[in-house]
Write a protein that binds this ligand. Structure first.
Ligand code: SF4
Length: 330
């Protein structure tokens, strides 16, 4: 949509097309985006289709898969395509062209790019290696939009967070810090200012045992400022360097603290089918147990702090006891 804005500003005709559909005219330039590395097949399919349908157009592929797996893409398409790695800095200041998605009612904002940390399981250091932050988001917000969604990787690391939060208080629209808040950076001053605008769900992460204490402090702080535990969602990475029992302890910790545990299965940053990677401390059966528990005793893929779940996890001595489900009666 930023590309759309850029081209419209130049007086070009722009059309957003999904899947295998014609543009209705012969375009000069085609941009194809890509998402998770395991979802590369539909991207290849789309590229093949548009190369064949519009052989004269210049085709550029960008996005996450294109940035992380450039060689994989190049092997298949050679120099028939252009590959855009990472963010295009000159587009980043533009407000997305929301007229391309008229039913959408939220402004998507990046107040910063990159992250100050280098977590070994995360693609951000490769996608956006430099941490940069902006002081204002005012002109990135569409006046008719009802919500604001941040896609920042680590907004609390921004030296301009006070300016940004003050602007959010002025807008007064519900805010979703979609990629989560870094519990290690959350301070009382931040939470106090956050109370000035609606944040329907607060997202945090408990990816390793090492952040247990800062996470506990962050949850206590949010609870002290009356954030409902069922609206505090904590992502729990598993299937990386962790062990099933340590994963279980993290989930149990969260449910005991009255917040929602949201398991996130690690996927390598490579083009391989989803849910096929098994890290060295896990087995396929254990991974399946988590998937089943999420479906059967969880809600929407998460483990909310229901009393029944809390009791079940508190009684369990280890991962197997916590996640093995009783066979269903016929
Ligand atoms: S803090 Fe979050 S965004 Fe930053 S490197 Fe770690 S996982 Fe990635």
């Amino acid at each position: 949509m930023k590309l759309g804005r850029y081209h419209r500003n130049r007086g070009d005709r722009v059309k957003l097309v999904r899947g295998l559909n014609g543009a209705g005219y012969d375009p000069d330039i085609i941009y194809v985006t890509s998402l998770f590395t395991y979802a590369w097949q539909p991207v290849h399919e789309v590229i093949r289709y548009y190369l064949a349908r519009y052989p004269k157009a210049k085709l550029t592929v960008g996005g996450i898969y294109a940035t992380l797996c450039t060689d994989h893409l190049r092997e298949e398409f050679g120099y028939r395509i252009r590959i855009q790695k990472g963010v295009v800095p000159e587009l980043d200041d533009l407000r997305p062209d929301y007229s391309l998605v008229p039913d959408w009612n939220a402004s998507i904002v990046f107040a910063s790019r990159g992250c100050i940390r280098k977590c070994p399981f995360c693609s951000v250091p490769m996608l956006e290696p430099e941490f940069t932050a902006r002081k204002t988001i005012r002109r990135l917000i569409h006046p008719r939009h009802k919500r604001i969604i941040f896609w920042d990787n680590n907004i609390l690391a921004s030296p301009h967070w006070r300016d940004i939060f003050a602007q959010l208080a002025e807008f007064g629209k519900p805010v979703d810090f979609n990629q989560g808040l870094d519990a290690r950076l959350l301070t009382e001053e931040m939470v106090e200012i956050m109370r000035k605008f609606p944040v329907p769900n607060v997202r945090l992460a408990y990816d390793t045992d090492g952040i247990r204490e800062p996470l506990k402090k962050a949850i206590d702080l949010l609870r002290a400022y009356h954030y409902d535990g069922r609206r505090i969602i904590v992502y729990c990475l598993y299937n990386h360097s962790d062990h099933p029992d340590t994963f279980f302890h993290r989930v149990r910790d969260l449910i005991d603290r009255g917040v929602v545990a949201y398991p996130m299965r690690y996927e390598p940053l490579k083009p391989r089918p989803k849910n096929t990677y098994i890290s060295r401390h896990w087995t396929a059966e254990q991974l399946e147990m988590v998937a089943q528990a999420r479906r059967v005793i969880g809600y929407g893929g998460a483990f909310p702090p229901y009393e029944g779940l809390r009791k079940k996890f508190d009684r369990a001595k280890d991962f197997e006891k916590a996640f093995r489900l009783r066979p269903r009666k016929k």
